[in-house]
Design a protein around this ligand. Structure first.
Ligand code: SF4
Ligand code: SF4
Length: 398
């Protein structure tokens, strides 16, 4: 019923088609938001067909269409709701996608896997051209020790500023978490990093598993319940998802209040440091820096220009912009696993855009975008460095 009403309000204007990164690489009407809205208007009989599942899986949930939509349709919500009707396994690498989602959902399992299985020695044993080696080679080691030592998990620090690093910075790219903690220290804060926090739940929600996403959200709400101050994030995708927790508890008035309180405390680290500190970073060498906009920051009115303002504060750094404007990198969480060719095509456009500015360094503020650029750099031997903005800032302050 709801979907029918949504379709009736779709103006078929096509504004969503112009901005869709998937449509740019694979120009089929069915892959656009307009096409999907039309399909949702048709009566459903029985289980969704494989073709239907394929169409609804081919979306990065980037939010570009939602921002462009003249009718303000909740397109990404409708797409994830449609995915909730899928049987358990679908698309390329269905089992791997399920396993990744399950592993993310269990922080204890992820920590143990990291401790037991991911080491440089094991990565080096893989064949040189192995895709797995390329991906794992991007990770840092020894992972668990670094993050636990440098970010004081489980320690209460005495002030009321908390930190939600997200799974990648916590377990796989701990230098991002360490740099964020260092930035806070330099600005005069120490961070409380509750040990009980887990995955933000974005992967579960993107797969249409609302119950799983709700469970993960509630765990995080409780993990941060001992404090009341701001919750700093260093990943745009986590930030945008944490802010939507109230949507998950609409039918539960008590939890809904707590979810709203929690979401109201979340603040992306660039916005926090711009508003709350007078950091004066300076680079030892002259650098041309290209900032890659994460879609989850760009399309959701979360201070998209704040990272730029922070970069502009760095002495000896020239920020370069492409005339074509920001482009999606094609990572999209598990999208990259399910549709590697489309993802690679989207990244190629994005990389050409950045390379046209001839930067020394690409920085971003999303763990997923960071991995996509790191992988692209290795695969295509790109002549530039790639880093998280928190790392650049911390390096320029030490
Ligand atoms: S969310 Fe992004 S990828 Fe998905 S339909 Fe909209 S614009 Fe295309
Ligand atoms: S932009 Fe919105 S109203 Fe226009 S075609 Fe796309 S979904 Fe429909």
């Amino acid at each position: 019923m709801v979907d029918r009403a949504i379709d009736l309000s779709c103006a078929k204007c096509g504004a969503c088609t112009v901005v869709c990164p998937v449509f740019r690489v694979d120009p089929r009407e069915s892959l656009t938001a307009r096409g999907k809205m039309h399909l949702l208007s048709l009566p459903f009989v029985g289980a969704p067909s494989r073709h239907f599942q394929d169409i609804f899986s081919q979306c990065l949930l980037c939010g570009a269409c939602e921002q462009a939509c003249s009718r303000h349709l909740p397109i990404t919500t409708l797409i994830t709701r449609a995915r909730g009707r899928f049987p358990q396994f679908y698309g390329a690498h269905p089992l791997q996608k399920t396993v990744v989602r399950k592993v993310l959902a269990s922080s204890g399992l992820l920590a143990n896997l990291v401790r037991a299985g991911i080491s440089l020695q094991r990565i080096n044993a893989l064949p040189v051209r192995s895709g797995l080696r390329l991906k794992l080679g991007l990770l840092e080691a020894p992972v668990a020790e670094v993050v636990e030592k440098e970010t004081c998990y489980g320690g209460k620090t005495g002030n009321d500023l908390s930190y939600f690093p997200g799974c990648l910075a916590r377990y796989l790219q701990p230098s991002v978490a360490a740099a964020t903690v260092r930035l806070a220290e330099i600005a005069g804060y120490s961070l409380d990093v509750p040990a009980a926090q887990g995955c933000c739940g974005l992967a579960a929600r993107a797969a249409g598993r609302e119950d799983e996403a709700r469970e993960l959200a509630w765990n995080n709400i409780q993990a941060f319940a001992e404090s009341t101050g701001p919750i700093l994030t260093s990943c745009a995708s986590c930030s945008s998802h944490l802010a939507t927790y109230p949507d998950l508890f609409q039918d539960d008035p008590e939890k809904s209040v707590k979810a709203r309180e929690f979401a109201g405390r979340v603040i992306e680290f660039c916005t926090f440091f711009l508003e709350q500190s007078d950091l004066k970073p300076s680079s030892r060498q002259a650098l041309k820096v290209f900032y890659h906009d994460p879609c989850h920051l760009r399309h959701r009115d979360w201070g998209r220009d704040n990272p730029r303002k922070l970069i502009d504060r760095i002495d000896n750094v020239e920020r370069v912009e492409s005339p074509a404007g920001p482009q999606c990198c094609g990572q999209g969480g598990l999208f990259q696993l399910g549709y590697p060719e489309t993802s690679a095509g989207i990244f190629q456009r994005c990389a050409d855009n950045g390379l046209g500015c001839a930067p020394d360094l690409v920085v971003t503020t999303c763990s997923g975008c960071l991995m996509q650029w790191q992988q692209g750099k290795v695969e295509h031997d790109l002549p530039l460095a790639v880093s998280h903005l928190a790392i650049l800032l911390a390096d320029c302050l030490d």
